[in-house]
Design a protein around this ligand. Sequence first.
Ligand code: NAD
Length: 259
Amino acid sequence: MRLENRVALVTGAGRGIGRAIALRLAEEGADVLATDIDPELAEETASAVRKIGREARATQVDVADPAQIKEVTAMAEQEFDAPLEIMVNNAGIQLLKEVFDVTPEEWDRIVDINARGVFFGMQAAANAMRERGRGTIINMASIAGREASPLYAPYCATKAAVISLTKSFALALAPYGIRVNSVGPGIVDTDLWDKQDAVLAQMKGLRKGEPKAQRIKQVPLGRAGVPEDVAGTVAFLASDDADYITGECILISGGLVML
Ligand code: NAD
């Protein structure tokens, strides 16, 4: 119960990694505001949190809209009658396309969600936390932020931006007692990877499931990650056990990428 009675806001909490994070934070004692662009998914996560025995609310938020993030951050405090202490900027999308074919609209959309959304998520959390001089922010990066790829150029760029923004905010917020970190998953078994597998299979003339299996073969620990692998690291970073860690990106890739 490292996070007992702390209020946490998670974006993209409706499924996959965000859902697992919301549940793990609740298992460690946090009350959770589950947000997602899909309100039904957010509500499902909130009801799963309540089953664990913690308080939960669900709200629709598109992280591409800074006004919505600002509003929901203020709401966290009102709804739980306690200050926001943990902000997890998890929501993200992927784009798998040759550099020759990416359109300006696709570029704008992925940057708006993955990079701009994280910037304004951190800004809103920082403004909510800084008066109290306490709080922690965790952002969703990726091993893609440490690598380059001909098929994921905009995605890699946005995740590199998350790693960079995490460091800048860590410096800006350290004087206020707020820690800022990111996590960088490798291959995690979620809908996002399944969609990616389907596109890769079509591109390369492979059977569905083959691209994923090939990638998993490269993982030294011999398996794909599960959302709970990421959630455990996020819970650690949110807790006082990580009190002397800020500006870091912890990779969770079974050894696929090492620094
Ligand atoms: P997912 O697609 O399974 O779930 C993403 C969730 O975010 C969904 O509930 C979706 O509705 C929500 N969402 C999408 N756009 C949104 C928006 N504009 N505003 C608010 N919510 C929005 O994906 P996932 O695999 O759980 O990925 C979560 C995060 O982890 C993403 O940032 C992703 O880039 C990152 N990540 C995933 C992997 C992986 O292998 N799955 C690896 C590295 C990093």
